[in-house]
Design a binder for this molecule. Structure first.
Ligand SMILES: [Fe+2]
Length: 432
């Protein structure tokens, strides 16, 4: 039985299955663990956690002792459950690990910088050190691909283009691992991310450092970097560099409906990685703090991407990114642990995605709409409570229906089954 309890009620031996703070808002890599010592509770406190969801055996004394002050809502037991791992094994990484991650990230930034400088000097850059950084990053995040978004948040370096290339590589590896790609393919994806902006090495550095606004000529110059990168990479001896890397360098600013540059290609005409990479490229650029710009929150950025996914960005790529980052903005469609699918309608604290979350339950499971959508409030949404995310189109909902559902979700009124087009749902399922 799952219960939400305050930190004061938490004691050694309890199994924590969720926290009241989103993954990016704490330094805790894992939100599912067994409390092993008072120190573990202290770590939660230090990370601003006020309430946790714990799993209690039915009728346990602990349940009776804490039950008085607890919400009455219970959730069904999962069919099969393994014991939650101990916090000391998988919880907050020791400082040495964090230092190792940061050193790895900084080294990658420097290797990227060196490659850019080699290109600026008219020399050919070395692929091997770049590939090595990709492989080391994969090794580092092997057991938890989703820690890639944590690694990106650690970034303290402000050397924009190189940090951006490094961080997009880290996030791309997270997506590649979650997609279950073979290791060598993950390396290819990582390398393509590291090199996507290499064409910028041939743009005047002063222009790159400028925060804008750009003159028309300056803008035209910047927009040359995909073609410059492609021309450079397609001459490389390395097959991956002159193939996938050159393609992604050329295509990463194309957009749906032919609204991007340099060629005005539509999404179906682009390489799959280029389509996934667009969402990562925008996400990293907006969420990373820069000298002249404060960072946007992951939630706001993902909400912006959801909006962009109406046409400019591949909806599946946005959905994958939301799953990777573990922040579920209002308007996102989530599949819960019990397979029900619902729309996130509101957060108690919208800025931080904190506190209880309102969900409008739309489907009993994929393809099976509920007779009448209904609102439910959950203590939290994180990687332990969300199995999967969908773009609304993937479950057959139009943006208008989403807007209507958000209103319904807030007012608590029901909707009719006719709001959902089963044919569309079935068609969409073919793309999962
Ligand atoms: Fe770019």
């Amino acid at each position: 039985m799952k219960k939400i309890i305050s930190l004061e009620q938490l004691s050694v031996g309890m199994n924590v299955v969720a926290l009241d703070r989103s993954w990016l808002e704490t330094n805790l890599l894992f939100h599912r663990f067994r409390v092993d010592s008072p120190n573990d509770i202290e770590k939660l406190r230090q990370n601003g956690v006020r309430k946790v969801t714990v799993e209690l055996p039915d009728g346990s004394p602990t349940e009776a002792a804490t039950g008085k002050n607890l919400p009455q809502r219970t959730e069904p037991e999962p069919e099969k459950r393994t014991e939650a791992p101990r916090m000391r094994e998988i919880g907050l990484p020791p400082p040495a690990t964090i230092r190792h991650w940061m050193a790895l990230q900084n080294k990658t930034v420097n290797v990227v910088k060196k490659s850019f400088n080699e290109v600026r000097m008219g020399e050919s850059f070395h692929v091997l050190p770049l590939r090595q950084q990709v492989v080391e990053t994969i090794e580092c995040t092997l057991n938890d691909p989703q820690s890639t978004s944590y690694l990106v948040a650690l970034s303290e370096n402000d050397d924009e283009t190189y940090v951006h290339s490094t961080n997009t590589m880290i996030l791309t590896l997270g997506l590649a691992a979650i997609a279950g790609l073979p290791r060598e393919e993950q390396v290819r994806w990582g390398l393509a991310a590291l090199l996507h902006d290499i064409g910028k090495a041939l743009i005047p550095p002063d222009l790159l450092k400028k925060s804008g606004p750009f003159s028309e000529l300056e803008w035209l110059t910047i927009k040359k970097h995909p073609a410059l990168g492609h021309a450079l990479l397609s001459k490389n001896k390395d097959e991956t560099v002159r193939g996938l890397c050159a393609t992604v360098a050329l295509e990463h600013h194309e957009r749906g409906g032919g609204t991007g540059y340099p060629s005005g290609l539509d999404l179906p005409d682009l390489n799959k990685l280029s389509r996934s990479f667009m969402a990562i490229d925008i996400y990293e650029a907006l969420t990373a703090g820069r000298v002249y710009r404060s960072p946007a929150s992951p939630g706001k950025t993902l909400a912006y991407l959801l909006e962009a996914a109406r046409g400019a960005i591949d909806p599946a790529a946005v959905s994958d990114l939301i799953h990777l980052v573990g922040v579920y903005p209002v308007g996102s469609v989530v599949e819960l642990a019990d397979q029900r699918i619902g729309l996130v309608t509101d957060y108690e604290s919208p800025e931080t995605h904190d506190g209880r979350v309102g969900i409008l339950i739309l489907f009993e499971r994929l393809n099976r709409p509920v007779k009448k959508p209904f609102r439910e409030t959950l203590p939290t949404l994180d990687k332990t409570t969300v199995r999967k995310t969908y773009h609304h189109r993937e479950v057959g909902l139009s943006p208008e229906q989403i807007a209507d559902s958000l209103v319904l979700g807030h007012s608590g009124k029901g909707a009719t089954q006719s709001a959902f087009d089963l044919e569309k749902i079935k068609k969409a399922e073919q793309h999962f």
